[in-house]
Design a protein around this ligand. Sequence first.
Ligand code: 3H9
Length: 715
Amino acid sequence: MLESPARPDSLALAQMRDGIKILTINNPPVNALSFATSGALLAEIEAAETDEAVIAVVITGANGIFSGGADIGDFMKPPVAGSKSVRDVVAAIERSKKTYVAAIDGNALGGGLETALTCDYRIATPNAKVGLPEILLGIIPGAGGTQRLPRLLATKNPMNNGLAGVQMALDMMLKGEAKAAKPAKGMGILDEIVEEGSVVDRAVALAREKAGTKLRVSQLKFVVVPPLTAMAHGMVPSEEKGGYAAHKLIDALEAASELDYKYGIAREARLFEELVVGPQAQSAIHLFFAERELGKIPGLSATTTPKEIKSAAVVGAGTMGTGIAMVFANAGIPCHVIDVNPEQVARGKKNVADTYEGRVKKGKMAPDKAKALVESVTFVSDYAAIADCDVVVEAVFESMAVKKEVFAALDKALKRDAILATNTSTLDIDEIANSTTRPENVIGLHFFAPANVMQLLEVVRGSKTSDATIVTSMALSKKLKKKGVLSGNAFGFIGNRMLFDYIREATFLLEEGATPSQVDKAIRDFGFPMGPFAMSDLSGIDVFYKISQEAPKNDYRSSEIAIRLYEKGRYGQKTGSGFFKYVEGERKPVRDEEAEAVIVDESKRLGITRRTDITDEEIVNRCMYALINQGAQLLGDGIALRPGDEDIAWIYGYGFPWFQGGPMWMADTIGPKKIYDQIMQWQATLGKHWQPAPHLKDVAEKNGTFAPRPKIGSN
Ligand code: 3H9
């Protein structure tokens, strides 16, 4: 029975039922615990404490989600004096004399789970997911999570003095992974799963039954675990390579074992405040929002909604084609692969079967699921078989003539409203589109190899691509679990266009005196998983050679080192040698005197006296500023929508270290003015290819940044 009406004016709606106060966090879309929502929740908790009519309290969330945690946007604003945070909310629950039950539906993440962990009981729907994903934002749980979760799990999993439970807590926080209701109950995070009926009704009943009992996690006894934390420090990346928050998380966990609860909480708060204003957290928070901006395309008709994609086809059963087909299959979209070459089809079938079998062998997939996925990729040889597909992705040989033939066939065969996509990495989308009778349905969907692993998907719009095709393709990229970055139609689009300038500068460094190992090491030390030359060897020097032949000509010189290697048949890993050499069956690049002799000959041919004073700093700055300058060019030309889109492209497509925030975020950190001044200096000393992009010049002259740069604070 409702004793008082809901308060529509409040972010934390409060109702009374049979002496139980129900507090519903209501801050769409994810019930983030912003300063305002936390303040409203806190006021209701404090009111409940003094209200004798309240015998217990239930906390829940509106609209099928408990809470997505503290409002991440608040971390990007200067601190507001007197504002209340989720930390104040949990402190009030902790102090309370009343019994608290958390009723969880949907996600309870970060501060959301920390609020639930402070309650005496946690019950949930089968749909619930609980997690402490703060590490993915470069921070640690800051409202008691690092102190309560290990205590709770050590008590619920008492083997080895609770060590198993502490290990689970550490693992969960280090991965930032959310646990589904069932495993969360198995671990002891949840007390009950409510299979039928309303979770709030059950919570109210439980609150009445348990009113007066207190099971605060803070009171639980805890084990001492220094050997675990010492070992954990050795298993996470170093502080400067993105592991800053991980080490602080382990420190906080250590405090949970060594210190009294209240001191542990204080240490956690101090570490959190230190982290949230630090450069790694700033980068990660920037990327969180940049990723969510991707689908927001200015200028499109607001009434255009994405069409549902129920079936797909891929043209070409090569490695790329079958990889793309598996991406569709993984997203629950059955996919035909069309190819007329029986040997290619046999290889494609084997690739699909081997991939899923590999997952089963590693224990990552159930055999029946793997079987169903293999069966959802079907190989056909006739275009008639794909006539009804909603989308088709062409993944054939990178040649305009071949692609035009394929698109002519698709145009004839496919239903009128199907999307016709090309996986080209460089060719002109408009030329391909104009070879069909429906250019408005043609778009680029540029997957990165291996397609079923790499997360970047460039969505390339041509001049006639319709809003509906763009909106549907962006929604599709989300469904395929890819980071869909919209690009304009320019040679190399966003990612590869920036790549060409990066590789060009790296190769100039070779002409001037550096070796491939020296350049690659400097770039790896900066944070990339591999340097530009190991990457060239992996992708194939022959591939780069062919692209360079088709690239639009400009006034700037390019190094010919890759051409000399190509002429010698040194295509990279596939031929056992390129910029490096490779032991048969191994992928590790080994320094190669022959390749270095080719480089030295090139320096001689060009009359360059090789320098011995090239430092890692020079290597990194020249390679990164080349990326940034081209990034600025693409922004100015309207090919890339936002600097954050370029950051996402480079992080998910090329291994740019996330903790540097992406090339354009890095540019804003350094200051575009400083970069511009350096480029002008290089133009005088290194050559006219160091031509600053007009947009970089503009931003530098205003002493501005590419993206608005908020002052980060914490709540
Ligand atoms: C924390 O809790 C710290 C505490 O330990 C200590 C504090 C002292 N805040 O992802 P979606 C927005 S740190 C603000 O597309 P989905 C998002 O920007 C926090 N905004 O939906 C987007 O806005 P828009 C720890 C947030 O259904 C909209 O919601 N929590 C937040 O695919 C929809 O988002 C996390 O790290 C937030 N916390 O996924 C959880 N969360 O529509 C981060 C979302 O304007 N969030 N937004 O673009 C997530 O993992 C996913 O968003 C979630 C929903 C799974 C919740």
